[in-house]
Structure formats: C-alpha cells, structure tokens
Design a protein around this ligand. Structure first.
Ligand code: UD2
Ligand code: MN
Length: 393
C-alpha cells in the first residue's frame, strides 16, 4: 500500500467524519431553531391565555363593580334619609285661580316630572306611599283644575303618591262609595300603598299644611269650604276628602256598595269607623280649607231616597257589604301622564232601591228588572235622550 492510498483512506474517513459532524450540526440547528420557536411561541400562547384571563377578570370585575354599584344605589335608596315630618317646601294658604281656557296639555307641560300619574321626592325617602282616589263621571273640567293644583301640592308635601281616577261608565246611577272601593282594590294591585285619600273631584285644597298623609286615626280633611263659609257642616260630617290607612279601611270593610245616587255614603263610612272604636281626626279650621268648584246636582246622581234606611242598618250589614262583596266589571286601566284612569261598569245595580221609572227625571234601570224589562228601560232611556257617558281624554 503506497502513501497515496493511505492518504486516500484517511481522507475518506475524514470525509465521513465531516459529513457526520455536518449532520450533527444540522440536527443541532434544527432542534435549536425548533426550541427557539417554541420558546417564542409560548409567550404568545401565554399572552393569549393571559389576555383571556384578564378579559374574564375584567368582566368579573365589571360585574362586581356593577353589583357593587347596584348595591350602592340600593343602599343610597334605602339609606336615603327620610323626608322631614314637615316639608320645607310648604307655602301655607294660597289664593286659588281657575283659568277657564286651561287644557290638559298645559297641565302636563307644567308637570313634566310626573309620570303615569305618580311622583316621589328625589332628595329623601317619603314618609308614606299615598294613593289619591277620585270618583268620577262627566266632570272633566273639575278634574283638570284638581290635577293642576294637586300635583304641585303633593310634591310640596314630599309624598310618594299616585293619582287614580275611578270612572263610572254608562248611565246607571252614580255610586261614589263603590267607585272608591274599586279604586282601593285596583290601586293595591299595582302598589303597596300605605295611605288612601278618598277625594271629591270638585274640592281643591287651599292650604298645603293640610297633610295628605294617614294617621293613627282616620282623618277628615275638609273642615270648611268656601261655599259654606268655611264652617264644619255638622259634627259627624265625613264627606269630601278623607284619609284612611290601608288597614283602617280594610278593618271597616271599606264603603258600602249599596248607595246609588247622592247622599249618606260618607255617614255610613263614619259609622263603620266609630263601630271599630276609631275616632275621626281633623286639621285645624284654618288649615282644612277647600274651594269647591261650583256645580249643580248631576244627572244620574239624584238624592238617594233609601239613604236613611240604609244608614239604620250599617251595624247589621257592614261585615258582608263592602270591600269583600264589591263586584264590578273592570273595563280598562290606563296609565295617563297625570293620572291612572280606571273605568268600571256597574250596569247591574243590586236589588236595593226601586225607582219609579215613569216619574224619575232620568230613567234608570230598576232593581227588580228582568233582562226583558231592562231592554225596555234602555229603549225608554234612548227616547228620553239620556246623556251617554262622555269618554274622558
Ligand atoms: C257631598 C260630599 C261628597 C259626598 C256627597 C254625597 C262634601 C264636600 N262632599 O258632595 O263627599 O258625600 O255629598 O254623595 O261634602 N261625581 C261625579 N260625577 C257625577 C256625580 C258625582 O264625578 O255625576 C263625584 C265627584 O267626585 C263629586 C262627588 O262624586 O265631587 C260627590 O258628588 P257631588 O259633588 O255632586 O256632591 P256634593 O258636592 O253634595
Ligand atoms: Mn261637590
């Protein structure tokens, strides 16, 4: 073997070694670049996970904040201090004016803060939730004047209040007391009212110190009216505007449902109150002052000839004649901007007062009528041109 063959042999081995080293380097490079890639990829993945985590944490934090803010709002509400017993906004006696051209739109514009007939103070939590119940038929102008004055009046008293107008549909005799029972029952379906003010549509309070809140005893708020020289009519007088708590009214089983036409339903309620050993309270004469908007006796609300007889039987019937026996057909409940309008139909008066259809000024559906005679009466009513009930607003 010559020198050249030895060199060749060596170089062959050397080449193999070189190839091996090269291969190793390639493998090392590949591995290292893969590792570098993975190392570089990890933060990406990590940051993704991180971001997701952050996002969810943020979400959770937001939720937490939200929850906290609701709790805060809630706490603000529940820890909002009670309104003072005497509101700082009271103005005392006022000279009432009734503009002949007043419209509902104007009254709405004057009261933008009232929604769906309700309002409550923003600065403090009201002492009572008060529902004002107004029996109504064909007295649109009176209602307008009352709404105009009552909204600012109740707001000055810092009350959480709602105004309900209970409208009797149809031509059957007016039944103020039953309408007020309906108002009580329907109003309680939408709010847990503490106090109820039973309010004639034509009486406007003159002094805002006459608080529309309830007390330990039922209250009679109309001590005097302009048209009676602001004098109390008689000691037991309980008409016009009265204030009873939910419990006081329920304790007496509400009003009687049987007073069709004008008179004595207010005396009936007073008897119920006294029978429960409650005592009627009144504000002082200078505070309990009202202006009664002039009116004559309405058609369909003639004096009730049965009223004295009914008054004599209160103690016998009060348990079964009242809130627990008040049946009516609810036609609609509308949430208008300034009041909640409840329309009811009492078209089937119970067998209580029999009116002479021939002599009555406005023919009425009498108590003992059958369906057939009712049809005849309706015909008579049309012949007499009895006024059909105007839809309100
Ligand atoms: C007195 C009482 C009233 C009631 C009535 C006898 C005062 C101030 N008021 O009122 O509370 O006891 O005698 O029933 O003492 N109404 C209508 N449309 C009608 C009829 C009546 O909306 O067609 C409503 C309205 O809210 C009115 C109330 O019923 O204010 C009482 O009727 P009224 O004003 O004709 O009787 P009045 O003034 O003698
Ligand atoms: Mn009146």
């Amino acid at each position: 073997m010559g020198l050249s063959s030895v060199i060749l042999h060596l170089s062959y081995k050397f080449r193999l070694l070189l190839i091996f080293i090269l291969c190793m380097m390639v493998v090392a490079w590949a591995t290292s670049s893969y590792l570098v890639d993975t190392v570089q990829e990890t933060p990406k993945a990590k940051s993704l996970v991180e971001n997701f985590r952050k996002a969810t944490m943020l979400e959770k934090e937001n939720q937490k904040k939200k929850a906290m803010s609701t709790v805060e709002v809630h706490t603000v509400k529940s820890t909002m201090s009670h309104c003072p017993a005497l509101s700082p906004y009271l103005q005392g006696p006022s000279q009432l004016k009734f503009k002949a051209s007043l419209t509902l739109e104007e009254v709405q514009k004057e009261n933008p803060q009232v929604a769906k007939g309700r309002h409550r103070p923003v600065e403090c939590s009201a002492l009572q939730r008060v529902a004002i119940l107004i029996p109504h038929r064909n007295r649109e102008t009176h209602l307008l004047y009352l709404l105009e004055h009552l909204h600012p009046f109740l707001q000055r008293q810092q009350l959480d209040y709602g105004i309900y107008v209970i409208h009797q549909a149809g031509n059957t005799k007016f039944n103020r007391a039953k309408l007020l029972n309906v108002g009580y029952l329907e109003a309680l379906k939408e709010e847990n009212w503490d106090c109820f003010i039973f309010h004639d549509v034509d009486l406007v309070p003159e002094n805002d110190f006459n608080m529309y809140t309830c007390d330990k005893q039922p209250k009679h708020l109309v001590v005097g009216r302009n048209n009676t020289g602001y004098r109390l009519r008689y000691q037991g007088y309980f008409g016009g505007v009265t204030a009873l708590t939910r419990d006081q009214f329920s304790k007496v089983n509400g009003f009687s449902n049987n007073y069709w036409g004008w008179g004595a339903e207010d005396d009936d309620l007073r008897i119920r109150v006294e029978m429960q050993k409650m005592r009627v309270m009144r504000p002082s004469p200078d505070v309990g002052k009202y202006t009664m908007i002039f009116h004559t006796r309405d058609r369909g609300n003639e004096a009730n000839g049965e009223r004295m007889k009914l008054l004599r039987q209160v103690s016998r019937v009060w348990k079964t004649d009242g809130l627990n026996s008040c049946s009516y057909k609810l036609l609609s409940v509308e949430h208008n901007p300034l009041y909640i309008n409840i329309t009811v139909d009492f078209s089937m008066p119970p067998k209580i007062s029999c009116i002479n259809l021939e002599t009555s000024a406005v023919p009425l559906i009498a108590c003992s009528e059958t369906a057939k005679t009712q049809k005849e009466t309706a015909k008579k009513q049309r012949r007499h041109g009895a006024r059909s009930d105007a839809a309100i607003y």
